[in-house]
Design a protein around this ligand. Structure first.
Ligand code: MN
Length: 480
């Protein structure tokens, strides 16, 4: 019985989908070419339903990654039950609780010609509004088929999506560039850099060191679904927001190191993350690396990527002074100045991008601690920090603020086994007498107003641990 399976799975009192009449659609004349449809279906898992009109029904496949635009890629196509002919125009919301609940929209439709049709192989020429060309579907194992484009890509200039791009980096600048008109300005976000690769509705997040960090941030997964069939590489920063709405690197640390799914799920509620998107490196078959920054930003803004866990804050061309002032008022780290006419240089620290910080900050090595007084006696009152110069650890001062109670506990636990009798510091000003020294293994991120003439930090505060950093690589960023 045609459509028996289709009807069994659905309750037509409840779903918005058509039940399908017994008769083939009478309005269609036999002389016309048969029709096809591709429906984008935001069910539990996003997929595209590919349906071909044949013998009074729609022969159907669910294609998780969509219709491949390029013959280099075969996509899985799961053969599913025949659908009624009038399903070809169906779009709308399948209500919760029903089979395939979620939004359905028509991604493409048109006519097709059969080149070959057997039980195991279907070859067709599609004439759609989006898709034009020859495709073959072939059975690989039971319900599992593959869909392959046989023609060259429709877009003759199509470039495959790059798989491993390193993010472009900025040079530290003491102030705003003189020629503000030549730059676009963005807030500087205090989080971790991540590139987002989106294809076939699936998101992959890659860190600065090209590590796949997708599974660590499940709240960002749906960004892939939102993008649908478009193909993008985005550049941005993953942040965690502290009370008061300010991004906090320290807070983000509660998420960064987690890898077990259960830990991540639990911590997500307490420390949700957001993705702040600020650049576009690939769009629908074309790298945009050589497109000037101002035009990349325009393309990015046209994508309107805004959701609960991601956003695309605007940039301000020419307005460095006001952007920097606003960043101070908002308590942000600083601003980025990006040359409006500059291309994207993956992995390069280029002076086309400048970072201007409201506070100085850098990584420093922890070489001991000073016990606190009063309520903090016996516990950490301040950390003793330094940096390497000519192979020696130079003492840079003590840091007694910026810790949460939880972080102090953590530091206490991490430093206890590193304790040693002698000072690891060999240069600079002498550390305080009551110091308790440790092996110089831990690296922290610190903020301060300036370096004093004697090479000490002024008004330093602790920002967080940098467990990803090698202590031997820590040097003074702004030399005296
Ligand atoms: Mn479906």
């Amino acid at each position: 019985m045609p459509l028996e399976q289709y009807r069994k799975k659905r309750n037509f009192q409840k779903t918005t989908e058509p039940a399908g009449g017994a008769e083939p659609n009478p309005s269609r004349k036999r002389t016309k070419l048969p029709r096809f449809v591709v429906q984008e279906h935001h069910a539990t898992s996003l997929h595209w339903d590919f349906r071909l009109e044949r013998d009074g029904v729609l022969v159907s496949w669910a294609v998780p990654k969509g219709i491949p635009p390029d013959p280099k890629r075969n996509n899985l196509a799961v053969h599913v039950e025949d659908h009624p002919l009038n399903y070809i125009d169906f779009a709308g919301e399948i209500p919760e609780g029903n089979y395939g609940a979620g939004g359905v929209s028509i991604w493409d439709q048109g006519t097709y010609e059969v080149v070959k049709w057997s039980d195991r192989e279907v070859m067709v020429d599609l004439h759609g509004e989006r898709v034009e060309g020859r495709y073959v579907l072939f059975q690989t194992n039971g319900k599992n088929w593959m869909i392959h484009r046989m023609d060259p890509p429709q877009d003759a200039g199509r470039e495959p999506m790059p798989e491993r791009l390193e993010p472009m980096q900025a040079k530290l600048s003491k102030g705003l560039p003189r020629d503000q008109q030549g730059y676009g300005f963005e807030f500087k976000w205090d989080g971790i850099r991540a590139l987002a690769y989106i294809s076939g509705g699936r998101l992959r997040l890659s860190s600065r060191s090209l590590e796949d960090i997708t599974n660590r941030y499940p709240e960002l997964r749906e960004l892939g679904g939102t993008v649908g069939a478009r193909e993008l590489i985005l550049d941005g920063e993953i942040i965690a927001v502290a009370e008061g709405g300010r991004p906090s690197f320290e807070r983000l640390q509660g998420r960064m190191g987690l890898t077990s799914e259960a830990d991540i799920r639990r911590k997500m509620k307490e420390i949700p993350v957001g993705y702040v998107i600020f650049d576009l490196l690939y769009l629908d078959g074309h790298a945009t690396l050589e497109v000037p920054y101002a035009d990349r930003r325009r393309l990015l803004e046209e994508l309107k990527l805004k959701g609960r866990y991601w956003q695309t804050p605007p940039y301000t061309p020419g307005e460095g002074t006001t952007t920097l002032e606003a960043s101070k008022q908002l308590g942000l780290e600083g601003v980025m100045a990006k040359r409006l006419d500059s291309g994207y240089q993956p992995g390069r620290r280029s002076d086309a991008w400048l970072k201007i910080k409201n506070h100085q900050g850098q990584e420093l090595v922890i070489g001991g601690w000073l016990p606190g007084e009063g309520g903090r006696s016996g516990r950490i009152g301040a950390l003793l920090v330094g940096y390497y110069q000519d192979g020696k650890l130079v003492y840079a001062g003590k840091v007694g603020t910026g810790f949460t109670e939880r972080m102090l506990d953590r530091l206490q636990a991490l430093l206890a086994p590193l304790r040693r009798a002698t000072s690891p510091f060999e240069g600079g000003v002498a550390p305080p007498r009551k110091a308790i020294f440790t092996e110089p293994r831990l690296v922290g991120e610190f903020e301060f107003s300036e370096w004093t003439a004697s090479g000490q930090l002024r008004q330093p505060s602790f920002k967080g641990l940098r467990e990803d950093k090698d202590p031997r690589s820590v040097v003074r960023e702004t030399p005296p």
